[in-house]
Write a protein that binds this ligand. Structure first.
Ligand code: NAD
Ligand code: AKB
Length: 320
């Protein structure tokens, strides 16, 4: 049985990946951690939790030793929009945190590390539709810089030290349980909350902005499938492109309007437009499909219907 540590577990992905890991491995074998303490009754209350700043190597080492951790899902990070507001913080958390995880793993005990990458590794010089697996990686955000560095560092620890490090280039993740934490793709989640609560949304990117996205159930499935995959089948380690769905902001608004009569979306692009414009519209994920049988299961229509079905009762009850 694996003994797993999840860093950044209180975030958008961790709050759903942690319960999925607990379901498979047993609650007591999956230790959640984050800088911030999750609210009582949150998704993380089904098992153990420790506060942890991933920049604190000695605390991370103590946690790994005390809990006999052999696998780390390293999710703690600063995302693109917050990163642009505080580039030094993004570098410290994303790079120092990852180096701490990799160094502690290399020193012994931890055998497997999952570290997500992002479509933010791509930049304006990357082919946009689709972005190939192997291509120009010259991002324009500090977040993207840290993600390219993270992919290369992970691959280095595989080659140099034989550590099992794996990662996916997640598209923008859409989910109903925990709001996203300071990214550029957040509009694709915010829009659902505002549409249900007020019938209106002011979108911070233009209506013709197309980005690669993925619904959370596909994100969790892809993560577990990559970590389950037989090493001998993997032709890549820390940088698998994975595609879910691609749509423009206007297409998403139109799909939501099919469920929420009278929904009105207006567009007031801010600084995040430039970030979105530097990312591709779709991804070529042929390596993920060939190596570990990746196939997404949600399209725009099924994702939208599921989001609204989950959020509507919760948000309506809150208003009443
Ligand atoms: P999030 O912002 O929702 O969660 C990140 C968590 O990290 C937060 O709970 C935060 O409190 C924690 N954190 C921040 N600084 C920390 C520190 N110093 N020590 C410990 N914890 C700290 O992010 P997420 O969306 O859950 O992303 C998880 C991972 O997936 C990140 O590596 C991110 O880059 C990657 N990713 C996410 C998306 C997406 O759309 N959600 C897309 C591509 C890649
Ligand atoms: C962001 O927008 O910063 C994240 C990402 C795509 O990495 N959602």
């Amino acid at each position: 049985m694996q003994r797993i540590l999840v860093t950044g577990a209180a975030g958008q992905i961790g709050s759903e990946l942690t319960p999925a890991l607990r379901e498979r491995h047993g609650s007591t074998n999956v230790l959640a951690s984050d800088l911030r303490v999750p609210a009582a009754g949150s998704h993380l209350s089904s098992g153990p939790f420790e506060t942890l700043d991933v920049r604190d190597r000695s605390r991370l080492q103590d946690i790994v030793s005390d809990h006999r951790i052999d696998t780390i899902y390293h999710l703690a990070a600063i995302l693109s929009a917050t990163g642009e507001a505080n580039p030094q913080l993004a570098w410290d958390v994303n790079i120092a945190g990852l180096v701490n995880v990799l160094e502690i793993a290399r020193a012994g005990g931890v055998r497997h590390v999952f570290c997500p990458s992002s479509i933010a590794v791509f930049g304006p010089e990357t082919p946009r539709d689709p972005a190939p697996q192997l291509t120009v990686l010259r991002p324009s955000t500090i977040y993207g810089l840290t993600k390219v560095t993270g992919e290369l560092l992970g691959d280095y620890y595989v080659q140099r030290y034989g550590l099992d490090v794996r990662g996916l280039r997640y598209p923008g993740i859409i989910s109903s349980e925990t709001p996203p934490g300071g990214g550029t793709t957040d509009y694709a989640v915010d829009i659902f909350y505002q549409a249900i609560q007020t019938g209106r949304y002011t979108c911070f990117v233009r209506q013709d902005t197309v980005l690669p996205m993925m619904y959370m159930p596909d994100c969790i499935r892809a993560t577990l499938a990559l970590m389950d995959a037989d090493t001998s089948r993997l032709t890549r380690h820390c940088d698998y492109n994975i595609a879910g769905l691609s749509f423009s902001a206007a297409q998403l608004a139109g799909e939501i309007a099919k469920h929420i009569r009278g929904f009105v979306c207006t567009y007031e692009p801010d600084f995040r437009q430039a970030i979105a414009d530097s990312w591709p519209q779709s991804l070529d994920d042929r390596h993920a499909r060939a190596d570990w049988d990746w196939r997404p299961s949600f399209d725009l229509s099924s994702m939208t219907a599921d989001m609204i079905q989950r959020l509507r009762p919760r948000l309506t009850a809150k208003r009443a």
